[in-house]
Design a protein around this ligand. Sequence first.
Ligand code: ARG
Ligand code: ZN
Length: 866
Amino acid sequence: VAKKRSDYQTPDFLISHVDMVFHLDVENTRVITTSQITRNGQHDRPLVLDGESIKLISLTLNEDPIHDYTVNDEQLSIQTSANTFTLCVETEINPRENKTLEGLYFSAGAYCTQCEAEGFRKITYFLDRPDVLAKYDVTIFADKARYPHLLSNGNQIGKGQLDDGRHWVKWQDPFNKPSYLFALVAGDFDLLSDHFITQSGRNVVLELYVDKGALDKGHHAIASLKKAMAWDEKVFGLEYDLDIYMVVAVDFFNMGAMENKGLNVFNSKFVLADAQSATDDDFFNIEAVIGHEYFHNWTGNRVTCRDWFQLSLKEGLTVFRDQQFSADMSSPVFNRIKNVQIIREHQFAEDASAMAHPIRPEEVIEMNNFYTVTVYDKGAEVIRMMHTLLGADGFRKGIDLYFERFDGQAVTCDDFVQAMQDATHVDLSHFRLWYSQSGTPKVTVTDTFEQSSGRYTLTITQSTPPTADQAQKGALHIPFKFELLDQQGAIIYDDSVPELKAKMVELTQAKHEISVSGLSEKPTPSLLLNFSAPVKVEYPYSHQQLSHIILHSSDEFSRWDASQSLYSRCIHSLATTPDSPDEELFDSMLVAVSGMFDLADSNPALAAAMLSVPSFETLSQQVDEIHVEALYHAQRSIRNLMATSLSEKWLALYNKQIIGSYQYNADDVDKRRLRNLSLSYLVQGDAPQASKLLSAQFASADNMTDSLGVLKAAQYGPVAQFDNLMVQFEERWRRDPLVLDKWFALHANMERSDILARLPLLLSHEKFSLDNPNRVRSVLGSFAFYNVLGFHAIDGSGYRFLADYILKLNSVNPQVAARIITPLTQWQKFDDTRQELMRYQLARIADCKTLSKDLIEKVSKSLNYK
Ligand code: ARG
Ligand code: ZN
């Protein structure tokens, strides 16, 4: 059954203090939870606690056994007249059997927990909701030899040894927290220690726990953590609040990482890195995720969510903060492009699907299904728009007031916006519609120029098409940044036009008009500078205008964006009329591309991004109907045209990137990116040197970015050479699962006719396991999300293959199953044949008698959509 946002009620009881004792055992862990509970207000309703997949051993109230209770699969209900009391619950759990990786689980020889969103109820019966905040004391007992490190939130306040080889450690967290921030870890790790002095002079101990032998791979994560701590002090004045900050890396993890108070648990993929085994992207992601979880300490932990419908309160805001952090640490334009690509490739797709929802959802069956690109990434765009509307100083004032008002509380998205508004006196009442309205707004721009008067008029209209969840849409408050360029490429200033002066118009109605007079020629509008709102823009650009923006816009993002529009135009044109290619269009594209090479020295990050063509996923969101083969091959052909027509330039660009021994720094990252991009064009264009370059770079590479760059480029070349390189790579890296994941993904993405015969080989690889989410994502996720021709094979074999594994995963790890089913649920834009094949597999999944809530929600929504 679905829960509705509007059904929120304050908790019937509150918990002020929790004392937990864990006796860890792989199959029979005992948990004794003693809570101080108070009735909240005057009522005689029973105390209803959440609990799932746990065994109740005993129950006392003020130390007396309780007889008056009922228990079912989801809840324990206790009838009591007491208003203030001590409740003691003893439960038994089986961590080894817990393959859902939610609650307390045992994997790879260690215990760990994941409680967000509703995993704490798999540990004990509790008021498992984020608006019940309590202080926790936690004592852990376990075998000392096998589990020398026993960790929980807060500060260690005691430890001891028993005669039977067990030991214990007691932790105390001085801060109130909701149950989803609880964490426990027990295992045998290597420990990397460091420290950070806060701006007020306090010493914070930093501890990073990694698998035995992986210590050398922890340095980048620790360095990133220190950068994040310093950045949050500098930019937001926010200082860390405990004396110790621990991060544990584990191999089995459903998501990226988790911000548990004082004890973050991370997917090892976002912690471990060295030059040999990690790519530049890995280094980047580690810094970003370490930052993200650290920033949650204020935006999420100190101020948390009242209920799960408010998830974007902490996630949208924290993603925005981590994006700003990453931009400050590296290239702002490259970061902005990355953020926007996620929106255009995945968030727009979600809006167009049966799972469409506002950043603050209205209705949820399984909360885990709402950790989405909409809540996270569109949520971050909504925060960014406020930043744009209020300015950096206003935004900071708002954040300060937010913490002043709400520190230590569980609040709502409305509370956040109200604080921003009150601190700045900027009226955000209309802006709030972004929280309740789903869908991708479309901003349509047209213009006229009157030669005689020199009057230029822009007409801007907005509309949001209906979505699966919501038919009626209103006009949004959109900060729409733009500029006008004259024919020399200079920006047209006219102080009498306020929108021109501000380089922004705040759209609030369906239609706006902006006029400038006294121009001698028709200008070129450069629209949605820096992607100032998560919308689609339509304006009938000529390709000359796009080239003009590529050269002259003052906004680097828009220069890139124009390059992508130019490629898109070429690709769509070729896809629709493959037999009569628009040579003039292609020629002007090639001229523009040719010019981009000149940027390689002065702005290599921008050059690399501009020289890359839009992904199939981005292109798919630009059309109403996806013609799979036509679109795919058109994209290939345009790349091919760029490769062959400019082969000398690619070779020169490749040879120009001289890089010393591996270092992760912005300059070298840019050079490697340009070098590997050039390599892939050289291979695709079948340049005479290509094969030699591949082998030479493969042999000499001292880092994973360049090794992987070879494999990615080799995908465009002869299969024999690719296969040969892949074999060598596997031999070298077989023992490193994180590296092997890259190999798995490359295989699963390969364009080859026998892909369906090869996938089972990957799945039977000795290192593959359906229990491990990273492996599943590498093979099945990569295939479903990115192997366009394989997944969408017209005989339905790709869909059937995915469905088979979804059904297997359903009983192992429903959360992961519900993630990788996404491409199958997004059938709406495909041709009739494919739609039918996709729906057939969805119906097959729906037939399963033991389907998890996670899959029921996504499959039924998708099948019921028009
Ligand atoms: N709060 C975590 C983060 O954004 C993610 C937790 C995901 N949990 C889940 N059940 N899907 O860093
Ligand atoms: Zn987060």
